[in-house]
Design a protein around this ligand. Structure first.
Ligand SMILES: Nc1nc2c(ncn2[C@@H]2O[C@H](COP(=O)(O)OP(=O)(O)OP(=O)(O)O)[C@@H](O)[C@H]2O)c(=O)[nH]1
Ligand SMILES: [Ca+2]
Length: 497
């Protein structure tokens, strides 16, 4: 009787069973939340790497790219981690001593070995792409260009990376991959935004690439590249003008001026007071100009500056041929070009030159840009040297010519008008990565841009935590309600007899 009474007096809320259930319930909920938090906690970021060597006509540059290893499946952003400028000239300049072309890369490659974590070396793809300098050498002497590639290959294979080959890019690839780089870095491809055109000015060739408006079927299939990226189709117009990089155009312009009589060139594109004795053989040592070599010319010529921008523009215009066009419209040299469309990013020498001249602001009217350039060209050479002791005289001497060439190429060549000039942005980097063909080349070769849009991204970490917490609270609340409902009410306490 007394045992029964004791039982009746006890509150079932405090029975060991109920306490155990409550404790287990709370532990289970805490464990659930903890597991959810830990399981989805972002682990310390690991990266994958890729290396591309840009073997340009004037020099070689090495770029290291990195992207999150976990997001390998095309969702992680690739960015430039490091770059290294190879000392000396481009690989095509080693035609007579090919082994030196390989040797020249060693320093930057050793640097890359240090930059990429050792664990990642073996899986890091390494590419070398050669552009217009090697295209010209190949045209001139294909045996020599093959030897340069062999030497470069031998040198690159010594390093612990996953060597993927050294090859020559076509002009079309160079233009198209430059366009991919610019639009990838600007996040325009993934979001399906209107794309930006790409203008690249190298030493030996120049590229223009853009998506024209209402582009149905190109009149010139060789200028057309189609891409399907992240579920969008792009019909790209692209053209590479071999020999229209700024170094080769300077040769063309000089060669044109030697016609007026060998021995001396009074050059309006160089500063007054500039005076150098130069070698004819150096000037004509390129397939771009070799057919123009005057017969019986002396060994050297006297290159004298005149500093006259108006006359310089005339000289520069002479390197373009505007007479024949078999298409509905052309840029120059009989090359098809649809009407310009959209914004443009202009990089490489476009940037170097316009940045030096303080002319990167394209909201400034074109007439003002020309006035400023005319002033620069008319500045005496000794004054220019004094004002810029830090800049190499070779670069310094050529800014007047290069500025005049850039403006002529854009306006007369590609048909930018006073209005559309402001749609050009002179750029070097986008979000920390250099503008150029190398990133687009690597993204393509590693299949890092999918043809179709990736599935909607999984929930971010915070999303997981919130959902699990809400569920846990819900369970906990239901559990409390359940216990309350089955807790005997005090009015129903058994009467003590
Ligand atoms: N002023 C200036 N000119 C530069 C600089 N770096 C390169 N150049 C020159 O700008 C031109 C273009 O350089 P790059 O874009 O590197 O050309 P590249 O890739 O070697 O040549 P391509 O094979 O034709 O693309 C060349 O005439 C170079 O000599 C720089 O820092 N300042
Ligand atoms: Ca280049």
């Amino acid at each position: 009787m007394s045992a029964q009474r004791e039982m009746k007096e006890k509150n079932p809320w405090h029975t060991p069973v109920t306490i155990s259930i409550t404790v287990i319930g709370v532990i289970a909920i805490v464990a659930l939340v903890t597991v959810a938090v830990l399981q989805n906690k972002p682990v310390p970021q690991k990266y994958k790497y890729g290396i591309v060597l840009d073997a340009g006509s004037s020099h070689t540059a090495l770029y290291i790219y990195k992207w999150p290893a976990e997001k390998d499946n095309n969702t992680g952003r690739v960015e430039q981690e490091h770059s290294c400028k190879v000392k000396g000239k481009g690989i095509s300049s080693y035609a007579e001593t090919p082994w030196q072309a390989g040797e020249s890369l060693t320093e930057c490659m050793e640097d890359a070995v240090k930059q990429v974590p050792t664990k990642r070396h073996f899986e890091t793809p390494l590419y070398l792409g050669a552009t217009a300098g090697m295209r010209l050498l190949h045209m001139e002497n294909s045996v020599a260009s093959d030897k340069v590639f062999q030497a470069v290959e031998k040198s690159l294979q010594k390093f612990p990376f996953s060597y993927q080959g050294a090859r020559m890019l076509s002009g079309q690839e160079e233009g198209a991959f430059g366009w991919v780089t610019v639009n990838y870095l600007d996040d325009r491809l993934k979001q399906g935004l209107e794309t930006t055109g790409a203008l690249d000015l190298g030493g030996a060739s120049t590229q223009i690439s853009f998506v024209p408006k209402n582009y149905i079927i190109s009149e010139s299939p060789s200028n057309s590249v189609t891409f399907r990226l992240y579920g969008n189709d792009y019909n790209l117009y692209t053209h590479s003008f071999l020999c229209y990089g700024k170094d080769q155009v300077l040769r063309l312009a000089l060669a044109h001026q030697t016609k007026s009589g060998p021995g001396e060139i009074a050059d309006p594109c160089f500063h007054p007071g500039y005076s150098e004795s130069k070698n004819y053989s150096v000037l004509y040592d390129s397939p771009c100009v070799s057919d123009r070599k005057p017969q019986g010319a002396p060994v050297t010529f006297h290159h004298k500056g005149e500093g006259n921008f108006q006359q310089c523009q005339e000289v520069v215009k002479n390197v373009f041929n505007f007479t024949s066009c078999k298409y509905s419209r052309c840029s120059f040299n009989g090359v098809f070009q649809p009407p310009l469309h959209g914004q443009f990013g202009a990089f490489s020498a476009y940037y170097y030159v316009m940045d030096f001249l303080n002319l990167t602001d394209t909201s400034v009217p074109l007439t003002t840009v020309k006035d400023k350039l005319a002033k620069h060209c008319a500045t005496p050479w000794n004054q220019i040297i004094q004002q810029h002791p830090e800049i190499h005289v070779k670069y310094l001497a050529e800014y007047c010519f290069s500025g005049a060439y850039i403006l002529t190429l854009l306006t007369e060549g590609y048909n930018f008008t006073s209005e559309s000039y402001s749609s050009i942005k002179f750029i070097k980097k986008i979000k920390g990565s250099d503008a150029g063909w190398t990133l687009g080349y690597m993204l393509n070769l590693t299949n890092m841009i999918p043809a179709e849009a990736p599935d909607s991204p999984p929930l971010p970490h915070a999303g997981y935590v919130s959902i699990v917490t809400v569920i846990a609270l819900l369970i906990f609340t239901l559990f409390i309600i359940f216990l309350c409902r089955f807790r005997p009410s005090s009015s129903k306490q058994p009467q003590i007899v």
